[in-house]
Design a protein around this ligand. Structure first.
Ligand SMILES: Cc1cc2nc3c(=O)[nH]c(=O)nc-3n(C[C@H](O)[C@H](O)[C@H](O)COP(=O)(O)O)c2cc1C
Length: 206
């Protein structure tokens, strides 16, 4: 059994990112067996910027972060859905990596789903792969998805936009990436259970 957490990384609501995140959840529920799904939408449930109190779940963090932290801890894989904003990942999504100080993502597989209203989407993939794994020990799988021309695709699960021919191949590719994520999730359970991981000695990456 796997439990995937989907994080919708746009902090506006409604957003195209949220639309894509819900589409991914629908695909998992309808087409993958043995995978439960949990969606955290940073537009609907905003999180404050990191401060040191998060380490003790002090103040608002008890209510705002503890439940999310526990849900992420229970997950066996994480899907990050992110827009490209000014060639970057939104600050709200980067903030999540600062908040994950309890090994919530440690040695778990991650799938990036980036999107753009035009032909962008590559920059957030590069940014996440470069800078978000060091202290979280998050493991991005090699496959990722880029949803271009996002407003015109993935609007109705049962009725793909046949005019946008790319939508059919995009859905196939998304199913392939999610199926791969299941295999990585199963494989990395063995790594987490191996007894080799020593976060007491090496909590932060070099
Ligand atoms: C502040 C801002 C900056 C953006 N910068 C880019 C960009 O650099 N490249 C790009 O392809 N799209 C860019 N877009 C367009 C987004 O790809 C588009 O708005 C998309 O719907 C994702 O935003 P949303 O999930 O918040 O709706 C930008 C949008 C906003 C709001």
């Amino acid at each position: 059994m796997n439990r995937f957490a989907i994080i919708s990384g746009s902090h506006r609501s409604p957003s195209q990112t949220s639309k894509v995140a819900r589409f991914v959840r629908c695909m998992i529920e309808r087409e993958l067996e043995g995978v439960e799904c949990d969606l955290l939408d940073l537009g609907e449930t905003p999180l404050p910027l990191w401060d040191p109190d998060v380490r003790r779940f002090a103040g608002p963090w008890e209510r705002l972060w503890r439940p999310v932290s526990e849900r992420l801890t229970e997950s066996t894989g994480v899907i990050l859905v992110t827009p490209e904003w000014a060639g970057m990942v939104p600050a709200a999504l980067k903030n999540v990596f600062l908040l994950c100080e309890r090994n919530e993502l440690s040695h778990k597989p991650g799938l990036i789903v980036a999107l753009s209203s035009s032909q962008g989407g590559a920059y957030p993939v590069a940014e996440l792969r470069m800078s978000s794994y060091k202290n979280t020990q998050f493991c991005y799988i090699p496959e990722n998805i880029i949803v271009r021309d996002v407003r015109n695709v993935l609007n109705d699960y049962d009725h793909p936009n046949n005019i946008a021919a790319e939508e059919i191949s995009l859905r196939r590719r998304m199913k392939y990436a999610l199926t791969l994520l299941v295999e990585y999730a199963d494989a990395l359970k063995a790594v987490r259970n191996s007894g080799v991981i020593d976060l007491a000695s090496y909590p932060f990456g070099m």
